[in-house]
Design a binder for this molecule. Structure first.
Ligand code: FA5
Length: 345
């Protein structure tokens, strides 16, 4: 029996030695130490031995079982370590590989122009005000001296939602709202935002576009303040040498009303394709706030005066960057948009 035990031990150690995987090793464990394995069988058969031999044989079987168990555990540790090493080897990350380039976005050219205009007016002490795009007829027209049925409403073809609610046709309703909210206090604001008109889309018109409104209300605000502000603005946006001229115009909410032109930044005034050979380019509408508008908003026109202006940043961006079709701003063609990278402005 001693011999049989020694042979079993040698066999088991041999198989442990040659086991090449965790699975193979487990098979060896089950084969030798499992419930139906030979070592268990031997232990079970101890009862048949003469009583004086049992302690000696029991001790021997236990030594063999412990030797095999220890050897199994050691080999298991080794195989597991090998498996981890192999996995690490396979999954090595080559940190020297260059990364995939990330496409960097730019600000939309229109956003840049709007921000540039905002920065100028903020530097002059203006605050930025906002108002709703879905607007009441009252603020879009009536509070701006355009009662229902006024023929000048036709100047801005509108998208009506109900009889009294529409998509705002200009940013001027923010003037009316701000004046109503400030209740007689001085005002100095600009209002950028989207506006909507039933205009047919073409190279210079869009049914949705951006406007920036300006409004200054206080005591002793004059036309010369408007002119000085706009002259500075023109120089900031289009270059120090720019001249401006004011032409008489008509807006129901300003009196007098003007259109502002700047001297052509391409030809300097001699005439070219940008200024259509006139030497001047139309930039915005403006005027002194109509006394009716002040009064409707609760300002006493005998004390308060004000000026207002409104411009279309798309048209300004077109001039500034030589864009010949306004629709380029809305079609999101990357070939167009990627031309405006950060360093260009
Ligand atoms: C107005 O909307 C007045 N509210 C501006 C104003 C404010 C005048 C305060 C006096 C005092 P007008 O309709 O001209 O004005 O539009 C202003 C600017 O919006 C135009 O100069 C033009 O640059 C731009 N614009 C007008 N219609 C379109 C359009 N369909 N597509 C793109 N830009 C447009």
């Amino acid at each position: 029996m001693e011999q049989q035990l020694e042979q079993l031990k040698q066999e088991a150690l041999q198989k442990i030695e040659t086991a090449a995987s965790v699975k193979e090793l487990n098979d060896v464990r089950v084969a030798y130490l499992g419930k139906k394995g030979p070592i268990t069988d031997l232990l079970k058969g101890m009862g048949k031995l003469p009583a004086e031999e049992r302690p000696k044989m029991g001790a021997l079987v236990n030594v063999v079982r412990e030797t095999v168990t220890t050897s199994l555990e050691e080999k298991m540790e080794l195989l597991e370590q090998q498996a981890v090493n192999e996995k690490l080897e396979k999954e090595t990350i080559d940190i020297s590989l260059p990364g995939r380039p990330v496409k960097l976005g730019n600000h939309h050219p229109l956003t840049r122009v709007v921000e540039e205009i905002e920065d100028f007016f903020i530097s002059m002490g203006y605050e930025v005000a906002e108002g709703p795009e879905v607007e009441q007829d009252y603020y879009n027209f009536e509070a701006l001296n355009l009662p229902k049925g006024h023929p000048a409403r036709d100047m801005q073809d509108s998208f009506y939602i109900t009889e009294d609610v529409l998509l705002r046709t200009h940013t001027s309703p923010v003037q009316a709202r701000t004046m109503a909210a400030k209740k007689g206090e001085p005002i100095k604001i600009i209002c950028p935002g989207k506006v909507y008109r039933r205009d047919s889309d073409d190279a210079t018109h869009s049914h949705q576009f951006t406007q920036i409104e300006g409004l200054v209300v206080g005591e002793d605000i004059r036309m010369s303040d408007l002119k000085g502000t706009l002259a500075l603005f023109a120089k900031k946006m289009f270059g120090e040498e720019r001249e401006i001229r004011l032409r008489p115009s008509f807006f129901p909410f300003t009196e007098p009303s003007v259109e502002m032109d700047i001297s052509c930044f391409k030809c300097g005034g001699s005439g070219c394709n940008v200024c259509k050979k006139t030497g001047w380019i139309e930039i915005l509408g403006a005027g002194m706030v109509h006394p009716n508008v002040l009064e409707m908003a609760g300002y006493d026109p005998s004390i308060f005066t004000g000026f207002a202006f409104g411009m279309g940043p798309e048209r300004i961006a077109m001039l500034k960057y030589g864009v010949e079709d306004i629709r380029h701003f809305f079609t999101n063609d990357m070939r167009f948009l990627s031309q405006f990278n950060r360093t260009e402005v």
